[in-house]
Design a protein. Structure first.
Length: 369
């Protein structure tokens, strides 16, 4: 009997180890367990403000050179987005804002002018996205500087800070921020954080990336990371943002979206789904998912009544575009408004990626909330 029990325990242990590693849970499962304990002491009932940002890895070319298809995709967005967005509003009467993280390698001046017009009409903002592989720090620096300058000078996008530098928000392609893939693909620059800060990046919104092996051990957080020469994945941990504690020279703000396990949806009735705040054709917004985002409680320490919900999509892909304009957007915004705008004592704010960064900064630099 003892031998049978030992064998059974070994089989269960082996199965669990396989599940953990096959879904790359080893990177963040310890943080998730710790969060479960902390979450018992927290409640979304005390939330007074919810800031919602939809960060779109907006890739109309999709790795191709099909210019007619790319321009058709953007034209569809320019036509349809305002019509649907005008049917919804936050607590201030503002329509939903869309943050277009546009890839440097897909630059098209016609498309950028179209998106700039949509943004000037009050429907969002353009930020910086980049897929690259095998770069040096010098290559990366040159790409970013040229792209940022073009967006600002040619298209009137982005903005300047108090020193006159053009500043931007960033999402890394293939999730490989700071050369974080174990095989070194899709980046190549070990100290990428320093290059980003140097070229005007003030906030990174790449995370979460689970189930990718680029996922950080730190989850559901707003924190500062600092690059380290010769070190990969320097953003794996960092210094939490708190009221009265803002950034120091050389630090980059990492603003993460929600990451948790969804036990309502299980594979084979056992394995929970990974909730990584993705909105896509196969990951549609639902009331339960919207509630889970809030329960992850991404906030500035000392200002926990202000909740930051950053989700992501690849909105220019054909399937996701059809889903969003075929009811996905309306379902998402209706549920956000029901759960937060229409709750007594709570206010919903539709914000762009940069506005979310500015709100975090305002809370952190205030002496009291």
């Amino acid at each position: 009997m003892l031998a049978i029990l030992v064998a059974s325990a070994a089989a269960i242990s082996s199965t669990l180890a396989y599940v953990v590693h096959s879904r790359r849970l080893q990177y963040w499962l310890p943080s998730y367990v710790t969060e479960l304990v902390r979450r018992r002491a927290r409640s979304t009932q005390g939330i007074r403000h919810v800031y919602f940002c939809l960060a779109d890895h907006y890739e109309p070319y999709g790795g191709t050179t099909d210019q007619p298809a790319a321009r058709s995709r953007v034209a569809e967005w320019v036509e349809k987005y305002p019509k649907i967005a005008r049917q919804h509003h936050d607590s201030e009467g503002r329509v939903p804002q869309h943050s277009f993280f546009y890839p440097q390698e897909e630059y098209d001046d016609v498309l950028m002018d179209q998106l700039a017009g949509l943004c000037r009409a009050g429907f969002g903002a353009v930020e910086v996205h980049l897929h690259h592989d095998g770069d040096t720090a010098g290559d990366l620096r040159a790409k970013l500087r040229q792209f940022v300058d073009t967006l600002h000078r040619r298209h009137g996008l982005l903005r300047r800070d108090e020193t006159g530098q053009v500043v931007y928000a960033f999402i890394h392609g293939n999730w490989a921020l700071d050369n974080s893939r174990p095989d070194g693909r899709w980046c190549g620059v070990d100290n990428e954080l320093d290059v980003l800060v140097e070229t005007g990046c003030r906030v990174d919104m790449t995370m979460p990336s689970a189930p990718s092996d680029t996922q950080t051990s730190k989850i559901n957080s707003i924190y500062f990371a600092r690059g380290s020469s010769g070190k990969r994945k320097a953003h794996d941990n960092g210094r939490d943002v708190a009221v009265g504690e803002w950034g120091r020279p050389g630090e980059l703000l990492i603003l993460q979206g929600p990451l948790t396990l969804n036990w309502r949806y299980r594979k084979l009735l056992v394995l929970p789904h990974i909730e990584n705040a993705e909105i896509s054709e196969s990951a549609r917004p639902t009331p339960h998912r919207v509630a889970l985002w809030g329960r992850c409680h991404v906030a500035v320490q000392g200002a926990e009544e202000h909740l930051f919900v950053k989700v992501h999509t690849h909105g220019a892909t054909q399937g996701t575009t059809a889903m969003l304009f075929g009811g996905g957007f309306s379902s998402l915004w209706t549920e956000l408004e029901r759960q937060y705008r229409d709750r007594e004592g709570c206010r919903l704010h539709y914000v762009t990626a940069w506005e979310m960064y500015e709100r975090v900064r305002a809370l952190a630099t205030a002496s009291a909330v």
